[in-house]
Write a protein that binds this ligand. Structure first.
Ligand code: ZN
Ligand code: ZN
Length: 237
């Protein structure tokens, strides 16, 4: 077959290790699964959380209050294969997934953001204790690969997490905000001042973390903040 002649033998899907017969990091079956939400959901125009296609253009949260970041977008819902990939990267230390997953982020950035070229790519930081326990920050791995792919500047240490927060799950929106207040600090203020920032994380659930980071960045003089994550929350009902 011509396609198998054109593609070097041995390149396999970054997830399932099936032999690849086309460009890209994931096989056709994995890519189809990653795209299976398309046609059923659309991203909230502000925060990117997925809303059923027949609903309003904004999620319930953003109808109540517009987020502080300009816009957030994700590659898909925090479910199924995408969730499994994130867990594998984050909790099983499968760091080889960072580069192919960052390719998904690059696709989102190129498709969804037309508000100019960000000056800086900044990962959502972990606390020092969490970083030491895990050995790496998955958001930083993604941000580094994304910046390299798009030719953007990475500022991996510009933001730091000064407060460990209780798990966000089961907290009300107000409690999440309280929980995250003052959790982030800008370390390199001279870098941030006047900059258009692209914030990177693995998952956006309610947007509370991205909002807390944005508030710290804006307080340090950032001109604007957009956010990209691999996965996002889904508003089903
Ligand atoms: Zn595959
Ligand atoms: Zn929203």
């Amino acid at each position: 077959m011509l396609s198998s002649w054109l593609f070097p033998r041995g390149k396999v899907c970054a997830w399932c290790h099936r032999q690849l017969r086309h460009q890209g990091d994931f096989c056709r079956r994995c890519r189809q699964e990653l795209q299976s939400w398309v046609g059923a959901y659309h991203p909230c125009r502000y925060c990117g959380r997925l809303v059923p296609l027949d609903r309003e253009p904004f999620c319930r949260q953003c109808r109540e209050a517009k987020p502080v970041f300009q816009k957030a977008r994700a590659a898909g819902p925090y479910r199924g294969l995408l969730k499994a990939m994130i867990h594998s990267l984050k909790y099983q230390g499968r760091r080889s997934l960072a580069v192919p997953l960052a390719q998904l982020l690059a696709g989102v950035v190129l498709d969804e953001f037309n508000s100019g070229r960000p000056d800086l790519v900044i990962p959502v930081p972990l606390t020092a204790a969490r970083l030491q326990a895990r050995g790496f920050n998955q958001a930083e791995l993604l941000a580094r690969a994304l910046a390299a792919e798009l030719g953007l500047s990475l500022a991996a240490k510009a933001l730091s997490r000064v407060k460990e927060t209780a798990p966000q799950i089961n907290l009300s929106r107000r409690q999440r905000w309280e929980n995250l207040r003052d959790a982030f600090r800008v370390v390199e203020a001279e870098l941030i001042n006047g900059s258009f920032v692209l914030l990177v994380d693995d998952v956006l659930t309610t947007g509370a973390t991205a909002s807390a980071c944005t508030q710290a960045l804006l307080a340090a003089g950032a001109a604007n903040v957009i956010a990209v994550t691999l996965a996002t929350g889904v508003e089903d009902c």
